[in-house]
Design a protein around this ligand. Sequence first.
Ligand code: DGT
Ligand code: MG
Ligand code: MG
Ligand code: MG
Ligand code: MG
Length: 270
Amino acid sequence: QNKAEYSFILISLSADDTVLPNCWIVVRLDGRNFHRFSEQHEFKKPNDDRALQLMTKCAQTVMQELEDIAIAYGQSDEYSFVFKKKSRWFKRRASKFMTHVVSQFSSSYVFYWKDYFKDQQLLYPPGFDGRIVLYPSNQNLKDYLSWRQADCHINNLYNTVFWMLVQRSGLTPVQAQERLQGTLAGDKNEILFSEFNINYNNEPLIYRKGTVLIWQKVNEVITKKIKLPKEEEEKEVEVTRTRTKVVPLHCDIIGDQFWEEYPEILAEDS
Ligand code: DGT
Ligand code: MG
Ligand code: MG
Ligand code: MG
Ligand code: MG
């Protein structure tokens, strides 16, 4: 009898992966071995606009196809999706959130590849890993997103100098790495400025800040043909419709300004 009870507990533990109520649910995915994938598909270094735009297209698709995603943030080969605190989607089962996000994103990556890479063929099927993390408070969630954006900044600054040293100054990758060992952000800015005449702050925002996806109301003007009861002919009229769309932004999300500008993202009924 003991044994039977024990196996019942095991079964119920593996079947019920419902996550805590009232927490933000974050699913982060990341390209599997994109070091190799980016080399094989000749991604531009350090940033390939086609690759970044494709990642964002896939993330928009995920937000539109799945339920309850309040905001997403992406950089490099990763994207984080934040599900609303109050979401009841699939009874808050972690495995459902994670598998739906990763599979929808992966199939979109293959489906939309040719729209962004044109004559660069997809050479083998890419994969993505997924993980799920819970954040009980708004501050926890903001700290998480700040951490990812800080990571984007640190990597992009490093990569920008690194590839300048290799591509422009002819250093080998090992030499460039040695040159940058132990340097601080200020030193890297200084190398960019004095040796390459680059002001890092003027580099494109998408590279420095990554991509934030939020829902925004947009007005769409469409022309409709209508037939008035007392008139013979159809008439064309302009109708304004309000739609919610997923919009990409490349702004700072570490400071308060973003969250003050878009208070609905963290609103209590989310
Ligand atoms: P993983 O995630 O442990 O399976 O291994 P990786 O190789 O995906 O490592 P990760 O995710 O830490 O680093 C992302 C890789 O993707 C990194 O080698 C640089 C590459 N990558 C991402 N975006 C770009 C891009 O726009 N241009 C180039 N050239 N490479 C990129
Ligand atoms: Mg990884
Ligand atoms: Mg990766
Ligand atoms: Mg990565
Ligand atoms: Mg089914």
